[in-house]
Design a binder for this molecule. Structure first.
Ligand SMILES: NC(=O)c1ccc[n+]([C@@H]2O[C@H](COP(=O)([O-])OP(=O)(O)OC[C@H]3O[C@@H](n4cnc5c(N)ncnc54)[C@H](OP(=O)(O)O)[C@@H]3O)[C@@H](O)[C@H]2O)c1
Length: 330
């Protein structure tokens, strides 16, 4: 089957870099068992990096970025998937070394595909996307360590971003007292509408100086920011508290000491959505459709965009200016 379709293609040769919509053919797509008619994709921080010349994400050019996609099976040689099935595919090599979701068609190995769980639409799945899966994996990891709403307050950093906003909405739905930290003065109402009970500025998290141990403020934290923010969180967690760390928008260094770990039994939980095993992925996607589904709050989090808006959206997410989740509609 040879079909032409539109895709957002980045290309780099010598000094030249381009990021534009092109007409492609299904013959141009990489090998895979399942051809998917993509209905929705979404914009993640990694896609921002894939859309600039030195983002160090894309392995070879020309390339179709987009680490997330949701759509309907158009052709399949994998017995687990048949024509008409609604499916989700996120991460693994998608949008990094395997043509991704900013495309009307994608061909994906069956092992990377999640059947759309009952209770979610394809659009819901992309409002969540990789950022939402990461938020849900973070909540799941904290709860696996015993966190309950009775444990105490839970901090979410980078709260207006993709991971942060979904984490706020999931935690609020599950009855937690959510403290949201943001650098955006203008978005306090947005965070309250998602269910945050308290809002702190970024500076209030780090303070003037990060002490090895500080006041014990939070039972747990979800941190997609990292850097000094993570160091400050470690020093302010309650005895036995945990922080689920997933990101680096605030930096990659971690200027901390061993004291929170050896004197307060604090745990640092690493969250990876890219090679997260399929068994965990299926379990957590099913939780996102049920007990972790913030339902109508997803509408507050999403902004719908299309091909012509992609370059602007990708640049906003790199500048930390994005709010919630941008869903690409095809
Ligand atoms: N481990 C994984 O599997 C995984 C999966 C998805 C994402 N990530 C990573 O998680 C991070 C967040 O991803 P995302 O999709 O949520 O991105 P995003 O939508 O851009 O959100 C990041 C948020 O971080 C805050 N921020 C930005 N610059 C900051 C700075 N210099 N200092 C402190 N806070 C800053 C901003 O929120 P406020 O303005 O509200 O403070 C921003 O909206 C990225 O590093 C991404 O690569 C990791």
């Amino acid at each position: 089957m040879d079909k032409s379709f539109k895709a957002f293609v980045v290309n780099k040769s010598d000094e030249n870099f381009s990021a534009e919509v092109r007409i492609m053919s299904t013959d141009d797509l990489p090998a895979g068992d399942v051809l998917i008619k993509v209905h929705y994709s979404s914009v993640n921080f990694k896609d921002g990096l894939a859309s600039i010349p030195n983002g160090k994400i894309v392995r070879s050019y020309p390339f179709i970025p987009g680490i997330d996609l949701a759509g309907v099976v158009a052709h399949s040689t994998d017995p687990r998937f048949k024509v008409g099935d609604e499916v989700i595919a996120t991460s693994y090599e998608i949008g990094v070394s395997h043509f991704g979701g900013f495309s009307e068609y994608a061909r994906i190995p069956g092992d990377w595909i999640v059947p759309l769980p009952v209770g979610l639409t394809l659009k819901d799945a992309m409002i969540f996307g990789t950022a939402g899966l990461t938020a849900a994996l973070s909540v799941d990891a904290l709860e696996n360590r015993g966190l309950t709403p009775e444990s105490g307050k839970v901090l979410v950093t980078g709260a207006t971003g993709g991971v942060g906003s979904i984490a706020v909405a999931i935690l609020a739905k599950r009855g937690y007292h959510v403290v949201a930290s943001t650098g955006k003065q203008t978005e306090h109402e947005f965070l309250k509408n998602l269910g945050a009970k308290e809002i702190l500025s970024r500076e209030e998290i780090t303070g003037e100086k990060i002490k090895p141990l500080d006041q014990q403020l939070w039972a747990a934290a979800i941190d997609p920011v990292g850097g000094n923010t993570l160091a400050a969180i470690l020093s302010k967690l309650q005895y036995g508290g945990s922080v689920a760390v997933s990101g680096l928008t605030g930096g990659t260094d971690l200027p901390t000491t061993v004291f929170p770990f050896i004197l307060r039994g604090v745990s640092l939980l690493g969250i990876d959505s890219v090679y997260c095993p399929m068994e965990t992925r299926l379990k957590v996607w099913n939780r996102m459709a049920t007990d972790m589904n913030p339902a109508e709050k997803l509408e507050l989090i999403k902004r719908e965009i299309s091909f012509p808006d992609l370059n602007k959206s990708l640049s906003e997410i790199l500048q930390g200016q994005s709010r919630g989740r941008n869903v690409v509609v095809f």
